[in-house]
Design a protein around this ligand. Sequence first.
Ligand SMILES: [Mg+2]
Length: 174
Amino acid sequence: MQKPSEKPLLGIDIDGVISIFADGAGLQPGTEPTARAGGRFEYLLIDGIPHCISLAAGERIRRLEPHFELFWASGWEDRANDHLPNLIGVPELPHLELDGKPDDEEHWKLGPIAEYAGNRPLAWIDDNFDQTCFDWAARREAPTLLVPTEPEHGFEEAQAEVLLQWALKGFLRG
Ligand SMILES: [Mg+2]
């Protein structure tokens, strides 16, 4: 385990990562988790929107927690801590403030993420990266790892393993 000051950051999106299928629109009627999504699911309404919460995603986050400094990188903002600690057993985490910073030129989370991360090593798991995210990651001097998910599968085991190995092996890829 790294010393706290040496831990990399891990930004965690929620819709499409923990809440599968959601991709911002909520669970669609009639959809069922795939076998690939794995594990157990909690179906519930959150603020009137149906969600399918992957408990396996929560287990993976808890497994990574000793090796990263976690934060929510999600439009849920502070509402993440209202719901997810009880649902998936993760601690309350810092969250990005994403309001009021729309920018057509780059991904809507990039500015706040860049500001939050400063020059620290950063991993970020999200189902909705665009090219501006990958370009930004390539330009960063600090080690940076973007981990895409597919919204219908959410946070899968292979992605947890990639993140763990990246943290344990000095941020080397592959
Ligand atoms: Mg998302």
